[in-house]
Design a protein around this ligand. Sequence first.
Ligand code: DMJ
Length: 641
Amino acid sequence: MTTPALLPLSGRRIPPLNLGPPSFPHHRATLRLSEKFILLLILSAFITLCFGAFFFLPDSSKHKRFDLGLEDVLIPHVDAGKGAKNPGVFLIHGPDEHRHREEEERLRNKIRADHEKALEEAKEKLKKSREEIRAEIQTEKNKVVLEMKMKEKKPLPPVPIPNLIGTNGGDPEDNELREKREKIKEMMKHAWDNYRMYGWGHNELRPIARKGHSTNIFGSSQMGATIVDALDTLYIMGLHDEFRDGQKWIENNLDFSVNSEVSVFEVNIRFIGGLLAAYYLSGEEVFKVKAVQLAEKLLPAFNTPTGIPWAMVNLKSGVGRNWGWASAGSSILAEFGTLHMEFVHLSYLTGDPVYYKKVMHIRKLLQKMDRPNGLYPNYLNPRTGRWGQYHTSVGGLGDSFYEYLLKAWLMSDKTDHEARKMYDDAIEAIEKHLIKKSRGGLTFIGEWKNGHLEKKMGHLACFAGGMFVLGADGSRMDKAGHYLELGAEIARTCHESYDRTALKLGPESFKFDGAVEAVAVRQAEKYYILRPEVIETYWYLWRFTHDPRYREWGWEAALAIEKYCRVSGGFSGVKDVYSSTPTHDDVQQSFFLAETLKYLYLLFSSDDLLPLDHWVFNTEAHPLPVLHLANTTFSRNPAVR
Ligand code: DMJ
């Protein structure tokens, strides 16, 4: 057996220890034993030293601070001033130290805040539905696209503006008419001045309380609905100071980046329609730019499984939803079907086909669907693409869908034959199932509910008199005469609904039931909220027939409004048109300035003001020019126009 060699610290080889019986002289054996002992002693002392050094020497790493990436600010300190007791140690002192501590604290707080924010956002996300999350993602995408567009800094492409004929003037032929027209202008000034004084920037005015007013259709922010809605009326009336005042407000205050849930339909017809009309009439770029900005905010409403838009959209988040009261979560025919005119103009002016595609997609989808009795139900579910309740009306919920089919054709310079066909088909079915004559000989448009005709007509349906005469020219089998007559009959019925009240103003809805004809029965239907539809029909009838009775009827309505709706702070709706002592609802609706007063003004003007072969009025009475689109391709290249 060999004894293992010990490796000396010096590296010199030590001879092996022989612990067997002595084979050398005695003194030598004694010396070797002591050598071994000394060596062992040295070795154990060395090990003890290393052991002690390892455990008991101070840990120098404790003196060094690595925190939040601040290593680089820890500098070897040689003499850091009077208080420095440990020169050479890595410490920071004085104002520098304070500043760095603050910086360190700030960073720490920021990290903490970022974490908390991310946590909150994650929690919020978990609360949301798939649609909401999808809409948010889409909005984010839109935002990026918009930002990229902005970066390009390209102005909107130049387009040839259509022939804008008759944007002012219209002086009537005789004095009496001139006075009537002046009176209407004075009423407009009264409505505007009071809004200017008490409701400026709010959506509408409370003329008795003398303060701003709004409803949920405009969302929660002050978007100056009355200003935008009134602009073109001010313009054609020659109220230029007021127009400029409105323009300034729009330039400085109209902002669509607000956390506010608005009605897509209302915002389209009043704001986009109003801004586009103001742009065409005045040529002021700001109106076009604002219209496009707003339209971009509405686009997320179309992010549904079918492409049928939600009724409401949040302008900031892009999240959409439908009215809680609508049948089976449906969107409303008159809402998603009243976008075409404005959206075609937006594509025309921007060169961006996105708007055109959205409305054409809706049209295609409707064309594919079965229609009970050829009628369009008012409710369509945007998730399933199925009709909701079978309710068809030419009044509320359905009205302007039919109007926009006809006007799409007119606005395209009568080249959009598809729209004309859809209009003709729809009107034929309506005539067959909804239009009846009362015992007393009044023609009315009822409502179709689940296979049953309700003999009731809404004030809103009175617009159809004007629509029938407007669509007479170009109707099938040359039924022009028939439609002129039908329009005149509707105008007469609606006039009766006014004439049979104490205030000579029409109720919201009236019945044809036995002895009751053109009269409201339920208390809840007896109000008049400054609506335009009856006067609108008088005006179209006037333009197409020049029968003086329409100007007479229009003047009757103007006098009744002046007498019963005018208050010192503006104009107000009334709660019961059958009561000779009216109670006011204290709301001056924005459409009173956009439509009611505009149609009255036009009724007492000559026909060269906004002639109908050059202008098509949207459903909020905002005039948009006829577009000659025959050879137009909507593309980003403006050269193709
Ligand atoms: C207006 O906003 C529009 O005319 C719309 O089409 C229906 N109703 C109001 C006025 O009554």
